[in-house]
Write a new protein. Structure first.
Lengths: 329, 332
């Protein structure tokens, strides 16, 4: 560091975002399993209990349905809850509350009741946690009208998406990829509020568009750097918001490069990557020079051994190969 | 001091006539709904509360406008007893924009912000966590309201019942859990689905004070609700009332009732909460035939008006299909 600005991790950025929200609005509180005394299963919330006390940093029983539902109820009652679920796999125990209540109450009540709840959860593989802690099910939630789904990948998004999510009057789900928590860097001095309606181009190029989000963003950027050495200029679109999709940014890039590869840690069958592919067909078919390609996780429950887990996930080499295939190389 | 703040019912003639009117209103409204269903004016599912009116009417006496209400898909009675207008409920049954949920919800999803009526939830057990959260919001904002949650005995088999009672007691939240035990979860009798059919005992295992009430006796329900609400409002944490009752009609309009004997239904009809209150009032000299006739006439007029209101209501424009899925852009 030349200017003395300290490096922070993605984990620190989220913690700082939660602190800022708690300081800014007395209606905000955090609840979830082990968010208080333990400090969060990924240590995101460490220290917050001491600073804000047990009324605003609430350890819950292992009752996902009840505490997620209570978050929805508290939002109906005028609070701005941040609910943490340890992993997306555990969120399935609260699926009823999220899909049947959070997503529907505004519509079913004819617009009388808002559900401004924020639900954060870890997603993704890479820590050898096997098939009940490692899946990427954010695409499922992106299927549901009434929900907003955001996936911060960068430090800036980790630091600033929460405030935007809390300011949003709709239920917002934030997916934090487990392999991002330890990533560190320096927040740019001009980093500030983010627009959670927009995808963003992370790298500009003209030959092929790589579309990704969350945990696979940096793998995709690594692949882009490799391809640059071979004079393939890749454009990388970070979706950031899985619902509602920012088709405009996506299609603008594809219309420019005329080729697209989708990189998604979710499985390909019935998936978000299938949806993005369809959007490209609907919006830019006549401008494509070749078929849309996908790099997704192998269609297996994520296995425990390191080499098999790595083999199951999208990797930079596969992304490079897919980009070349899309270019007919 | 409003009447809801007092711990005991005040059994004046006026109050008793109010209870009787409240129950007759729900009964006749639903009888009309059943006819309108046959005429295909009302579609979808229609779950009638007939036989169980004493619970909604009795318990609502102890609740104030500041309290939040969460109910089930058998909630016409709760909405009417809470003060949602019959016009708005009937228009909702029709699916018109003048309905209390703008027509989007129908029979199972009555909502109204003005009366803090948070639905109409058609997932069994789905409303219990919401009530816990609404109570948490009251407590964290130092407001005086409580959350009252109605659910059937079928919900007791769901995990949400157990998770919600535990959380409410753990955090000492002001929740009134009202279990409307009508013995059958659709066609499954309580003993066929619960190893411990005494529901209040389950609540007690979470340290939630619980009592059994005769759900066919509106005064008993009111008295019990006042008693436990006084404790909840005083900071005593949640409480549960198990109201033993019976549904006189089928589960929904598609139910041939193969699972219960006609004799059992007839036996319970002898405990009809309306007849029972009326008989008791007659015995004590506070009800005259002319009172009953006046109540019936008043209710008939209200129902007639609500049907006219619903008939003259408007269908949502198809162009408005996607409204209220998300907040309007820029809303906070």
């Amino acid at each position: 560091m030349t200017d003395g600005t300290p490096e922070i991790t993605y984990r620190d950025a989220i913690r700082e975002a939660i602190r800022e929200a708690l300081l800014a609005d007395p209606r905000v509180f955090l609840m979830g399993e082990d968010v208080g005394r333990y400090g969060g299963c990924y240590a995101v919330t460490k220290g917050l209990l001491d600073e804000f006390g047990p009324d605003r940093i609430r350890d819950t029983p292992l009752s996902e349905s009840a505490f997620v539902g209570a978050g929805i109820g508290a939002a109906l009652g005028g609070m701005r809850p941040i609910v943490e679920i340890m992993t997306v796999n555990f969120s399935l125990l609260a699926l009823d509350q999220i899909v049947n209540n959070a997503a529907t109450i505004r519509h079913m009540s004819g617009g009388q009741f808002a559900v401004p709840v924020v639900i954060r959860m870890a997603t993704g593989a890479g820590r050898q946690l096997a098939a009940q802690h490692s899946h990427s099910l954010e695409g499922w939630y992106a299927h549901i009208p009434g929900l907003k789904v955001v996936t911060p990948a960068t430090l800036e998004d980790a630091r600033f998406m929460l405030a935007a999510a809390l300011a949003d009057p709709n239920p917002v789900l934030i997916f934090e990829h487990v392999m991002l928590y330890n990533r560190s860097g320096v927040l740019p001095a001009d980093a500030g509020p983010v627009d959670i309606r927009r995808a963003i181009v992370r790298r500009f190029g003209k030959h092929v568009t790589l579309v990704t989000y969350g945990g696979t963003l940096f793998k995709t950027l690594d692949a882009a750097a490799t391809l640059a050495k071979e004079e393939v200029e890749v454009e990388v679109v970070d979706l950031r918001v899985l619902r509602p999709l920012d088709a405009e940014t996506l299609l603008a890039s594809v219309r420019k490069t005329r080729r697209a590869v989708i990189v998604d840690e979710g499985w390909r069958s019935g998936s978000l990557s299938a949806e993005i592919s369809a959007r490209i067909m609907e919006g830019a078919f006549w401008e494509l020079d070749g078929p849309v390609c996908r790099v997704c996780s192998a269609e297996v429950p994520i296995p425990y051994p390191h080499h098999l887990e790595e083999a199951a996930l999208p990797q930079p080499t596969a992304i490079v190969a897919a980009a070349k295939a899309a270019l007919g190389a | 001091m409003s009447q809801a703040d007092t711990a005991k019912p005040h059994l004046s003639r006026e109050h008793l006539l109010g209870l009787l009117t409240g129950m007759v209103r729900i009964r006749r409204f639903e009888e009309k709904c059943a006819k309108l269903y046959q005429q295909e004016k009302i579609r979808g599912f229609l779950h009638l509360y007939i036989g169980e009116e004493a619970i909604a009417v009795g318990s609502m006496q102890a609740l104030t406008p500041a309290d939040a209400i969460v109910a089930t898909y058998r909630e016409h009675g709760h909405a009417l007893a809470r003060g949602v207008s019959m016009d708005a409920v009937m228009a909702e049954m029709y699916g018109k924009t003048e309905g209390c949920s703008r027509g989007r919800g129908g029979s199972m999803h009555l909502f109204e912000a003005a009366t803090r009526f948070y639905g109409g939830n058609a997932i069994v057990g789905g409303g219990l966590p919401l009530a816990v959260g609404l109570a948490l919001a009251e407590k964290m904002q130092q407001r005086a309201g409580i959350a009252a949650c109605f659910f059937g005995e079928g919900a007791v088999a769901e995990g949400e019942f157990h998770e919600s009672l535990n959380l409410a007691e753990l955090w000492r939240l002001p929740v009134l859990f009202v279990c409307e035990n009508n013995l059958y979860a659709m066609g499954t009798r309580l003993e066929r689905s619960e190893s411990q059919p005494d529901i209040h005992i389950k609540a007690q295992s979470y340290n939630v004070p619980a009592e059994v009430v005769d759900g066919m006796d509106v005064v008993a329900v009111e008295a019990a609700t006042r008693r436990v609400c006084a404790s909840i409002r005083a900071g005593g944490g949640p409480a549960l009332l198990e109201c033993r009752t019976y549904r006189f009609r089928a589960h929904s309009m598609f139910d041939p009732q193969l699972y219960r004997e006609r004799a059992e239904v007839e036996e319970w009809k002898h405990r009809d909460p309306i007849d029972r209150l009326a008989a008791w009032m007659r015995q004590t000299g506070v009800l005259h035939d002319s009172d009953l006739a006046a109540i019936e006439a008043q209710v008939a007029t209200e129902i007639e008006q609500s049907v006219a209101f619903a008939e003259s209501g408007h269908w949502e424009l198809v162009a408005e299909l996607a409204r209220d899925v998300y907040a309007a852009e820029g809303a906070r």
